[in-house]
Ligand binder design. Structure first.
Ligand code: ZN
Length: 147
């Protein structure tokens, strides 16, 4: 287990403009404000969603997109450091006009219609992402030995 302890920092309420890229817009905000550790949520609507699914057997991401107007039912994520820069890791659930939901790991290419995010910045030594041999992912603290 790896855990980090923080003190609460400032809370940012962020609205992205119509046409913005959801992933890139939040990443840019974090980098401009030097947010190195944070938890976040977001909601709103998008004109298309670009997501990824991690195939645990193949150890690779499979990208897919949903090219329709969708509600952002729930978005969650965190910010930590990767290669010395703030890095956003976010997952989101989207719903279509019939209420059917889709979701996954948020990728660049999700076009915002309206988007509100709450970013809870944290004060303390930021978690650093490193390769984790057990999963093939880049995770906080790198490889863990044992369960
Ligand atoms: Zn993910």
């Amino acid at each position: 287990m790896i855990d980090y302890r923080f003190e609460p920092g400032p809370v940012h309420l962020v609205r992205l403009a119509r046409g913005a890229d959801l992933y890139d817009g939040l990443t840019d905000y974090a980098r401009r404000h030097d947010i190195r550790a944070a938890s976040l949520t977001f909601l709103g609507a998008v004109r298309r969603a670009s997501l990824r699914y991690y195939d645990q057997e193949e150890r690779r991401y499979v990208d897919f997109a949903i090219d329709e107007h969708l509600e952002v039912v729930a978005g969650v994520g965190n910010i930590s450091l990767l290669d010395g820069a703030p890095f956003l890791h976010a997952h989101a659930a989207f719903a279509d006009a019939d209420g059917r939901a889709f979701g996954g790991h948020l990728n660049s290419g999700t076009e915002v219609f309206a988007l509100e995010a709450t970013i809870w910045q944290l004060s303390g030594k930021a978690p650093v992402r490193a390769p984790d041999d057990c999963t093939g992912l880049t995770l906080w603290g790198g490889t863990l030995s044992g369960p």
